[in-house]
Design a protein around this ligand. Structure first.
Ligand SMILES: Cc1cc2nc3c(=O)[nH]c(=O)nc-3n(C[C@H](O)[C@H](O)[C@H](O)COP(=O)(O)OP(=O)(O)OC[C@H]3O[C@@H](n4cnc5c(N)ncnc54)[C@H](O)[C@@H]3O)c2cc1C
Length: 489
């Protein structure tokens, strides 16, 4: 169906104020759209995208990794380059802004360029990393990728101030192998502060936000007498007309948009948070200017898939596990089984633990790579389930629902969209306006189905037959939070 041309005065409704919704709203406003309203069932004005204050979206977090390292996927490498230009400009804007929202001050940085180390326990660099190095070289950015086993790169790292990022786990001193690549374009995005800033920018440009468990919650589409979608109805019963409705509800999207069956499913990643006391010598050791963000055996299946960060300014150090992603299949109103998010904050049915397998991988890693935590009596303070929206090919989904042109879906972040908060919306608005649809990324993000015989990157919708469905999973216990104790691999 041909795309409907939008006028700048048209009403546009966005459901969801995570990275996809915020970035879309911001770029619509930057492009002159005057009538944009974002609805969210969560009150971000109250929690400010802070997980510990009750915000449980994927975007509400301490920090996220930014990297240009994308293996053979040069289109995302280019998108990272574009994003880094925006992040750098945002840092500058924050420094000089006269007016900043609550929870942000002029000394804050949303992008910390302290490098991202991808490393392995194997003897050689994995294909993904080798592809990254080759493609960054081809883009004229070869010097940004420093291989930990290449003496020339190690010397260059020391010379250029990146020495701390080559062996942050002190492998040499422990007489252990240290095989990896430091992506010096990468580092940390301070996620909650970045969302606060994006929200503030969008508001300043005239975007309206309705944050409320009832008035902000999408209930259904509003149809005209011919069955065409002409707006949305919120949980408080109000109707809002719209020429375009963008469904950007993160992990909640597949249950709200059943057309995504087979294309997207929500899955849970496991996260632990460790608090480094300010008086501990480790507070300095794990400071962002001395410790990079990192990814360990990211694509190595259940026994790998870890990533982590330096401590933040309050001492919180986060480590995540994506080697196994879990599902919560629940019968939906149409009788089908779909995974739906459940978190510490879900009314009535909260989950406060993580799967035992995830805890085992964390503990194995901490024992091998960060034994100084247990030696200093530092334990895990908090666990979290954080909900991805996975697509079968790990590309996002940015397109109108098949067969109509009012409702668009912007989702499928697959664990790697946060880094694009400043520029993702530019591409989404391009898709909305139907411009440059031949650009590779927008093609990848179009509505699609898994072709017969093609192996998916993410296997979706196995229901309760999956060993990773919650009802088949055993869970960690409070006692597991103590480091130096079981369970280990
Ligand atoms: C564990 C984990 C680690 C990650 N690490 C990284 C990383 O290191 N680097 C990186 O680049 N990316 C990372 N990501 C990916 C990134 O966080 C996501 O791609 C991105 O945050 C998704 O944004 P979103 O807007 O799609 O979803 P969300 O942030 O989940 O936002 C969806 C919003 O929709 C709202 N909503 C839901 N239902 C309704 C309704 N009915 N009515 C109104 N509102 C509704 C929710 O309240 C929520 O605010 C990670 C993701 C996870 C889960």
């Amino acid at each position: 169906m041909p795309r409907r041309q939008l006028q700048q005065s048209d009403r546009i409704v966005i459901i969801g104020a995570g990275v996809f919704g915020l970035s879309t709203a911001l770029h619509l406003a930057l492009r002159g759209y005057k009538n944009v309203t974002v609805f969210d069932k969560h009150n971000y004005d109250a929690t400010k995208y802070d997980y510990r204050s009750g915000a449980d979206s994927a975007s509400s977090d301490l920090n996220k990794i930014i990297r240009s390292a994308y293996g053979s996927q040069v289109e995302y490498q280019d998108l990272s380059k574009e994003a880094i230009e925006w992040w750098t400009a945002w840092n500058q804007e924050i420094k000089t802004a006269k007016n900043l929202p609550a929870g942000l001050n002029s000394s804050d940085q949303v992008y910390i360029n302290n490098g991202t180390l991808a490393f392995t326990d194997k003897d050689e660099l994995p294909t993904f990393e080798l592809d990254t190095v080759r493609n960054m070289r081809a883009a004229g950015l070869g010097a940004t990728q420093l291989i930990t086993t290449n003496p020339e790169d190690v010397r260059a790292a020391d010379h250029r101030g990146w020495g701390y990022g080559i062996d942050p786990f002190r492998r040499k001193e422990r007489r252990k192998a240290n095989v990896g690549v430091l992506d010096t374009t990468g580092g940390v995005i301070v996620a909650d502060k970045a969302c606060r800033f994006a929200l503030h920018k969008a508001r300043t440009l005239g975007v309206k936000f309705v944050f409320d468990a009832c008035a902000g919650a999408f209930e259904s589409y509003w149809h005209d007498k011919d069955g065409e979608v002409v707006g949305v109805r919120t949980k408080d019963g109000r109707k809002y007309p719209a020429k375009k409705v963008v469904m950007a509800c993160g992990g909640w999207t597949p249950a709200l948009v059943p057309q995504l069956d087979g294309l997207c499913e929500t899955t849970a990643g496991s996260v632990i948070m460790i608090k480094i006391p300010r008086e501990s010598s480790l507070f300095d050791r794990f400071a962002p200017d001395r410790f990079p963000s990192w990814m360990w055996k990211l694509w190595d299946g259940a026994g790998g898939g870890l990533y982590g960060f330096p401590r933040d300014d309050r001492g919180w150090m986060k480590i995540g596990y994506r080697g196994t992603k879990y599902t919560n299949p629940q019968i939906q109103p149409d009788g089908k089984l779909r995974s739906v998010p459940i978190t510490r904050y879900t009314p009535d049915e909260k989950v406060t633990q993580i799967p035992r397998k995830a805890m085992q991988v964390f503990k194995h890693f901490l024992g091998e790579y960060l034994p100084e935590l247990a030696e200093n009596g530092i334990n895990i303070e908090l666990t979290r389930l954080c909900w991805y929206t996975d697509s079968f090919d790990n590309h996002y989904v940015v397109d109108d629902l098949p067969g109509q042109n009012t409702v668009m879906v912007a989702t499928g972040g697959c664990g790697h969209a946060f880094k694009y908060l400043p520029n993702l919306g530019k591409w989404i608005v391009d898709a909305m306006e139907g411009v440059e649809t031949e650009r590779t990324l927008l093609q990848r993000w179009r509505w699609r189905a898994l072709e017969t015989g093609v192996k998916p990157f993410n296997t979706l919708m196995q229901g309760n037959a999956s060993p990773n469905a919650f009802k088949n999973v055993s869970w960690s216990k409070d006692a597991d939070l103590t480091l130096g104790t079981g369970p280990r691999l």
